[in-house]
Design a binder for this molecule. Sequence first.
Ligand code: FNR
Length: 390
Amino acid sequence: QEIYSKGLKGIKPRFSFDVTQWGSMAKEILPASAWGYVHGNAGTRETYENNRKSFKKWAIVPNRLVKFDKVDLTTKVLGLELNNPLIIAPVGVLQIFHEDKEGGVAKAGGNVNVPYTLSTAAASSIEEAAEASGDGLRFFQLYWPSRGHDDITISMLKRAKAAGYRALFVTLDTYILGWRPDDENHAYNPFLRPDAIGVEIGFSDPVFRSKFKQMTGKQVEEDMSNAARTWSQIVFPGVSNGWEDLDFLKQHWDGPIVLKGIQTVADAKKAVSAGVQGIVVSNHGGRQVDGCIASLEMLPEIADAVGDKIDVLFDSGITCGADIVKALALGAKAVLVGRPYVYGLAFGGQDGVEHVLKSLLGELDLSLQLSGVPSVNKKHLNRDILRRVE
Ligand code: FNR
């Protein structure tokens, strides 16, 4: 309504509403290395392309003469009442895109009632991002150190809890970064930059600081590149933890746990047995394993298998409101978006992120209204609204 009423008064928007333009608007502004980092993918980009194609394999089939005033977008996820079925995906090193970085994204989320997820690889500390997000709902994403560094994991979890993060998203698909030609071509590892901007959570962590001092006899500020490398080896250890290790996280995190990166029914069932509260069906936006199945392809069978036991969330490939309709109809309770808001951050800082989130929600709302779907509740929004078209 806000967007329409401005349009009716002839007030031109500051940024384009054409979602297909957001990437190129960001590309124009960003250095090639930062653009390569956000836009880049694993290998030949096949997983990324599979994600995009998978949305086109489903088409919305609208209902007519369904009488209701307003679409109800509220949903309950992880025991929390959300105003919208949308969550800001964790994305690291946001400072390479805009000086508003994590704080700007968190504020934008708070302003439009979209929960914010802070990445372990953030360019802001856990406390700084929490302060910026104010009353906004916030979650913490963990890149999970190997068990030899339990003390550091415990420290991050304690800090996140104390700073008001309400759920823990544990990313399972990135114990090492994928094969990403764009970053290799630019010789660009954002976590190992001389200004060490992707390691703020480590550098501000008292346990990491004292471990580093013990190992090297130096403060992190005295040997930043070595400290950044040490931190990166801790959070990207190259070796995955196992299902049996989840008990450790459950012991040290008092709140909902969500496993991010699930791609199979078997793993979704293991997540249920492990006693976590949610999963994100995700292939990390195509950035980790090339040649992977689209996450959307796996969503229906995973939702059918475990959707009545835990919260099934989804990400990877969402670009517009219609994509959100499809993912929700195929069984997701809420979706995460990554690149679209990062593009917004690049072209407009906090305002750009707000613009992107409002556009996605505006289109979601109108698509449902025009399809005769009164709410995002499963009784209204389900596979009946879709047809498989190829
Ligand atoms: C990510 N993603 C990610 N995930 C995570 O758990 N921790 C992180 O630090 C990051 N960092 C990150 C950086 C960049 C530049 C991108 C694009 C993505 C993955 C992210 O949370 C999400 O899974 C994908 O972005 C979803 O796909 P779309 O929405 O980008 O298509």
